[in-house]
Write a new protein. Sequence first.
Length: 244
Amino acid sequence: MLELYRKIKKRAYALLNAGWFVSFILVLIFLNIPLSIFSLSGSLTPDDIIAIEFCDLLITIVFSIEYILRLWTADLSPYYKGSRLRFALRPEMIIDFLAIVPMVYINIKPLRALRFLRLFRILKLVEYSQPLKLMLKVIYQNMDSLVTTAFVMGFLLTINSFLIYYFEHDAQPEVFKNIYDAIWFTAMTFCQAGADISVVTQAGKFLKILTAFSGIMLFAVYSGIFSSGFMNARKAAKEKKENA
């Protein structure tokens, strides 16, 4: 009996890693994109709602079975560390859990505003995409540099926002009514997106130029961090393959 149990578990684990099953899951993930968009449409008929909820139910059942099977066969995975709870807390398993949450609120009226949670299912692509896994690995390995750069970015945004407000509020109080308008202007300038308001004082124009250059330089720093991270990750993977 124990031998049969182990045999079934091994077959279930093989199923989860079979090419056709992975392709089937990917189809369901991509199906969620139009389904999520259509479900947020304001002109749904009762038949449309029934069809969406039926598709959502079927997808949730498949994802739930997959999640349960992955937990059951966790001890066969190379990522298993002696505890199913620890295995369930892996990023991929957390994403799998978030993928089955949306069905919980279908019949709970106060929670229907949370339908955007369907979009979490798209994150399951991380589990099946090597480039996405590589990107997450690069982010994790360079977290210190990314956080430091983000801190510098936040510091510059804050200082420039206060200075813009100080110089522009008196010159055009109807435009820069409060600090939030200054933050909006500074952030849009920083990202090179362009704001719907402008500065008129000489100090404000000078600060706008500094903000724009700061944004260019910091985004260049981010690009450099990611570029070097990807190169190092690919180099490490190549060396590991050659030594295998």
